[in-house]
Design a protein around this ligand. Structure first.
Ligand code: ASP
Length: 332
């Protein structure tokens, strides 16, 4: 079945977008019951799709999968799936990973021509003896399972790339100048974590990666431990921002280990950010953006970022919320 049909069959294609309450980032506690959290406020739409699965007694795994499929299919989201910004050579290349409550994992990297990278990551997890498949091999796996190749480069992303080419002279996105531009333009990689009725946790992460990246560049998002990590006994975490920096500190795994040592989700995220600041030094860290979200086994959640303007979207029985993350560096 085509992914779009799958969404339609599940009634997820035309979900109403709930109004969100915007909150400061205090420790939110659900204590028990289902909950879904994701990086960046626009993903309240993705959370609504995940919530629908949870409310139909679905698993956290099915919920996060259905959730990340929403921005993957949205041409207006230029950071994930269809309509994602291309690499510096004009190719849209996608990265995604998925992890369930039993430690099952699957990831794809530098996948081209398939909108729902998360579905291919799930195929890796469920239909192969492996955990990561890249590039042409990932595409081959998808085609073997009935996926169809699509052109993922929308007119507006092509236009943006052509604009970028005028001034960039193909310089990779690793100069401080380019990173600052990147912070201003905020990136919307989706990292989603859910806890289902049974109390099980799962997570998924999906991105088109850093806009105008070097061909073949992979960030943190499809790397289990960096962009996403789930330990059903402790909690789960996910990341967004400059992937190179998240990989350096194995961000999501670090956060889960902090929660294992007793930190609440927000403090665990803050500790990972502190590690990055220590490693890079204040000046370099100020020119970066990294945001973390975390959900513990009890259903409490929190977030923290390096620089201001990172948000986390939440959906639970308490309603729909957007939480403005506290940040290491204050607003200018
Ligand atoms: N973390 C993603 C990457 O480095 C990008 C992002 O979240 O903005 O590919």
């Amino acid at each position: 079945m085509e992914r779009r049909q799958f969404l339609q069959a599940m009634g997820l294609a035309a979900l109403p977008v709930p109004a969100a309450t915007v909150l400061g980032n205090n420790l939110e506690s659900e204590n028990s019951g289902p909950v879904v959290v994701s990086t960046w406020s626009p993903n309240i739409k993705a959370n609504a799709a995940a919530w629908k699965v949870l409310m139909a007694h679905g698993s956290a795994l099915d919920a996060v999968h259905a959730g990340v499929m929403v921005p993957e299919a949205d041409p207006k989201d230029q950071s994930v799936g269809y309509g994602g910004l291309p690499d510096r050579d004009g190719k849209v290349t996608l990265d995604s990973c998925i992890m369930d409550h039993k430690g099952n994992i699957g990831a794809v990297m530098a996948l081209e021509g398939i909108m729902h990278a998360s579905s291919v990551a799930r195929l890796v997890m469920e239909k192969t003896p492996h955990v990561q498949i890249v590039g042409a091999g990932a595409l081959q796996l998808a085609l073997e399972h009935g996926f169809k190749v699509e052109n993922l480069l929308t007119e507006s992303s092509k236009k943006a790339w052509e604009e970028w080419k005028k001034t960039s002279k193909y310089s990779p996105m690793t100069t401080v100048e380019n990173l600052l531009k990147y912070i201003e333009n905020q990136h919307d990689t989706i990292g989603m974590l859910a806890r289902d009725e049974a109390g099980n946790l799962s997570g998924a992460c999906s991105t088109s990666g850093m806009g105008y990246k070097m061909r073949g560049r992979v960030g943190d998002s499809p790397i289990i431990g960096a962009g996403l990590f789930v330990d059903n006994e402790v909690g789960a975490a996910s990341a967004t921002g400059v992937g190179e920096e998240v990989v350096r500190i194995v961000g999501s795994h670090t956060i889960v280990e902090m929660m294992r040592q007793g930190k609440n989700p927000e403090d665990a995220c803050k500790e990972a950010v502190a590690r990055l600041v220590k490693l890079k030094g204040e000046t370099a860290a100020k020119a970066l953006q990294v945001g973390f979200i975390a959900l513990n086994a009890q259903g409490q959640y929190g977030c923290f970022s390096l620089n201001p303007n990172f948000t986390m979207a939440v959906h639970s029985h308490q309603g729909v919320k957007v939480i403005q993350a506290k940040s290491w560096f204050p607003k200018k």
